[in-house]
Design a protein around this ligand. Structure first.
Ligand SMILES: NC(=O)c1ccc[n+]([C@@H]2O[C@H](COP(=O)([O-])OP(=O)(O)OC[C@H]3O[C@@H](n4cnc5c(N)ncnc54)[C@H](OP(=O)(O)O)[C@@H]3O)[C@@H](O)[C@H]2O)c1
Length: 203
């Protein structure tokens, strides 16, 4: 994984879990329970700034937000919601591009998010930024080429949903790795079959 010192901007990854037909959400929540995916999500994003849309922020349980050990940046076009978000301990921005700029800026060790120091370079800038969704934010990130990679938990589940992940076209994206390899599956304690894929943007 390139580091901040090797490139002009920090590496930006999107992370999501999807059921069949790229379903990622329904009624403001995720229509499955997969603790193994939460553990994977925590391990991948720990210590890094995270950027998410207002609806995804609201989908987090109140007790879990802001997500601990990470600088939480929330995109909203609504100034009264922005004040609520700030009051709850996250940073509100009015666009995804601004969110990524804010996330890339060095932050001082005295910040509430100082737990993020583990993945900052010597100037205090983060080496990695994660886009946490949801559908609207992933779509914009793909459309505008704002992310270097997509880390996708593929869940072998047929479920109704009102929110979908963007399609990663073969022209722009390539499957870099799959765990397990060769289209196999992990089986969760509750029986859900899933695998962890990493896709890299070609250009
Ligand atoms: N499966 C997964 O891994 C995963 C991950 C994340 C989310 N989800 C699911 O996805 C769903 C939420 O996704 P969503 O598409 O409905 O919403 P979202 O992308 O989380 O948030 C959309 C909101 O972000 C703000 N926003 C987005 N683009 C903006 C822009 N260009 N300028 C200003 N503000 C902008 C707006 O907030 P305002 O309306 O406040 O202006 C907009 O309503 C939920 O069901 C959630 O559970 C699933």
């Amino acid at each position: 994984m390139p580091t901040h010192t090797e490139r002009e901007h920090p590496w930006v990854g999107m992370i999501w879990a999807q059921a069949r037909d790229r379903v990622i959400g329904d009624g403001g929540d995720m229509p499955w329970h997969l603790p193994e995916d939460f553990a994977h999500f925590r391990a991948m994003t720990r210590g890094c700034p995270v950027v998410m849309g207002r609806r995804t922020w609201e989908s987090l349980p109140e007790a879990a937000r802001p997500l601990p050990g990470r600088r939480n940046i929330v995109v909203t076009g609504d100034s009264s919601r922005a004040a609520e978000i700030e009051g709850a301990g996250a940073e509100a921005v009015d666009s995804l591009a601004t969110g990524l700029q804010v996330a890339a800026a060095p932050s001082s060790a005295s910040d509430a998010s100082s737990a993020a120091s583990a993945v900052r370079d010597s100037s205090g800038a983060p080496e990695r930024i994660w886009i946490l969704g949801g559908g609207a934010i992933y779509a914009e990130a793909v459309e505008r080429g704002l992310a270097d990679a997509a880390v996708v938990t593929v869940i072998d589940l047929d479920v109704d949903g009102d929110t979908r992940a963007p399609r990663l076209s073969e022209e722009d994206w390539r499957l870099e790795s799959s765990d397990p390899a060769d289209g196999g599956w992990h089986v969760a304690e509750n029986g859900l079959r899933h695998r962890f894929e990493r896709h890299a943007r070609r250009r």
